[in-house]
Ligand binder design. Structure first.
Ligand code: UTP
Length: 297
């Protein structure tokens, strides 16, 4: 009988970073609450998670905790007002998200790194596989990116990272993998077995052009690895370093996901995402396109 791979039921959303690239907007609110058209970044990630079959959401918060909590909470006053004014569509919209998920919060008091943020969720996750979603990476794809990773996880029962090709000097802003392609029937040449990972290497020293982006499916042994490592690049407890530690006794896969990814934690990336998402909206796209055409570029 084939070994039953434990199901991934929980997704951790680290949202406690300082967001220095987006100051001053992130002085008093986390960047995850910045709106892309009319939804905060974190809601795109939460919807991706729900559409991938995971509705148990754990948010790691730092500053601006109340803005995130309020967003996913029921707002009776607002709902009552929308109801009495007959704004049915807005009401459904506002209600949907809090009804779709079961959310819990854990605090990261100091921004000591992504690995440290993930470790804060250890108690709530328990000894189960889980997903990690960095919601400042907004992904537009036919099949949700997280679902693509879960399909690989469900076959191999091992941790899987989302990968993206990055060419040129920009590679040094990412965690980069040293990996070999693996042939797998439904992966269409997108699957890799990872042998090593380096956080933010110099472009000349990058082991490949395959960068890690903000979607992970991890087995619970990662917690022991995070506890075992020392602060690395930037003095932070890096998830990449913990993954390298995990590799000592666990296999690790990378999947070059299908879709487009926007780094909405960066001003230019955020602007690009705003334009593309607005153009695709059925209620805004046409007028917005007409407006853009009038600009003398
Ligand atoms: P980033 O690397 O984008 O860092 O974090 P940052 O501090 O948020 O932003 P910049 O670079 O200063 O502009 C990647 C993800 O990890 C979370 C962030 O919230 C983001 O989702 N994170 C990072 C934490 O939750 N805690 C940390 O200590 C660091």
């Amino acid at each position: 009988m084939k070994w039953m791979v434990p199901k991934v039921r929980k997704a951790v959303f680290p949202a406690a970073g300082l967001g220095t690239r987006f100051l001053p907007a992130t002085k008093a609110q986390p960047k995850e609450m910045l709106p892309l058209v009319d939804k905060p970044l974190i809601q795109y990630g939460v919807e991706e998670s729900v559409h991938s079959g995971i509705s148990n959401i754990i948010i790691v918060t730092g500053r601006g905790k109340s803005a995130i909590e309020d967003h996913f909470d029921v707002n009776f006053e607002l709902e009552h007002l929308l109801e009495t004014r007959g704004k049915r569509e807005l009401l459904t919209n506002v209600r949907n998200i809090s009804e779709m998920i079961d959310v819990s919060y854990v605090r990261q008091k100091e921004a000591l790194g992504l690995g440290h943020a993930v470790l804060r969720a250890k108690e709530i996750v328990g000894h189960e596989p889980f997903a990690v979603v960095l919601s400042d990476d907004v992904i537009d794809s036919e099949t949700p990116c997280l679902r693509q990773l879960l399909d690989i996880y469900e076959f191999f029962g091992a941790s899987v990272l989302a990968l993206m090709e990055v060419n040129g000097p920009e590679i040094s802003s990412y965690g980069v993998v040293d990996a070999d392609p693996v042939s797998h029937s439904s992966a269409g040449g997108r699957l890799y077995r990872i042998h090593n990972l380096v956080e933010k290497p110099k472009a000349s020293e990058a082991p490949s052009n395959l960068a890690i982006i903000g979607r992970y499916v991890l087995t619970p042994e990662i917690f022991t690895s995070i506890e075992a490592i020392q602060p690395g690049s930037g003095g932070e407890i890096q998830l990449t370093d913990a993954l390298r530690h995990l590799l000592r006794n666990r296999p690790l896969y990378g999947f070059k996901f299908e879709g487009s990814r926007f780094d909405a934690g960066d001003k230019l990336g955020f602007l690009k995402a705003t334009v593309e998402f607005a153009l695709r909206r059925h209620d805004l796209g046409k007028d917005f396109r007409e407006y853009l055409k009038t600009l003398k570029l």
